[in-house]
Design a protein around this ligand. Structure first.
Ligand code: ZN
Length: 186
């Protein structure tokens, strides 16, 4: 057995001993009613449930590099909104985002990352251009704008209506651990 997998299973064993998690598992085994749907970056430093102090059954989470949208992500959002009736949609970006950095590099230097990572950068690049056209200068400002535009696009593409007031775009600070809502302008 792979050493890392072994340690992951050890972690699962420890989690089984957590009475609160066990109670939440039992309470939600019959169905889920998450209080929010969160679309965040896959970055391992952005552990969504942990940073919001949430656990089993609380959040319906979709994570892609750079919280990029594709048909499967939109379908997941539609499921959360239209089927699970999640009352809040949160798009969470973060400083130091490698996906956004790759998109900035694509825009500035015409350098494309390899393989399907290119697809991610290509989906973010229009938001980099738009953010700059609307006054964003730093990578952090672009990250905030990208979250905002992603939330807008999710609302536009979802076949189930998502009211603007039920959507939050936010930025997570890796070092400080704080989450800040992104408002217009950055
Ligand atoms: Zn990221």
């Amino acid at each position: 057995m792979h050493d890392i997998w072994k340690r992951m299973l050890d972690g699962n064993e420890r989690w089984l001993a957590d009475d609160r998690a066990a109670a939440r598992r039992m309470a939600t085994v019959g169905g889920q009613a998450p209080s929010a749907m969160v679309l965040s970056c896959s970055d391992s430093r952005v552990p969504v449930e942990i940073l919001f102090g949430k656990g089993v059954g609380d959040l319906f989470v979709v994570r892609t590099a750079g919280h990029t949208l594709d048909a499967a992500v939109i379908g997941s959002i539609e499921y959360a909104v239209g089927v699970l009736r999640a009352p809040l949609i949160v798009v969470l970006g973060h400083d130091g985002c490698g996906a956004v950095a790759a998109a900035i590099r694509m825009v500035d230097e015409d350098v494309a990352p390899p393989g399907h990572i290119r697809d991610i950068a290509e989906r973010i690049a229009p938001n980099v251009r738009r953010a700059r056209a609307e006054g964003a200068v730093t990578a952090q400002e672009i990250v905030g704008r990208h979250a905002l535009y992603t939330a807008e696009e999710a609302r536009r593409l979802s076949v189930f209506p998502i009211p603007a007031e039920c959507t939050v775009a936010a930025r997570y600070d890796l070092a400080g651990g704080t989450v800040t809502a992104v408002l217009q302008p950055v």
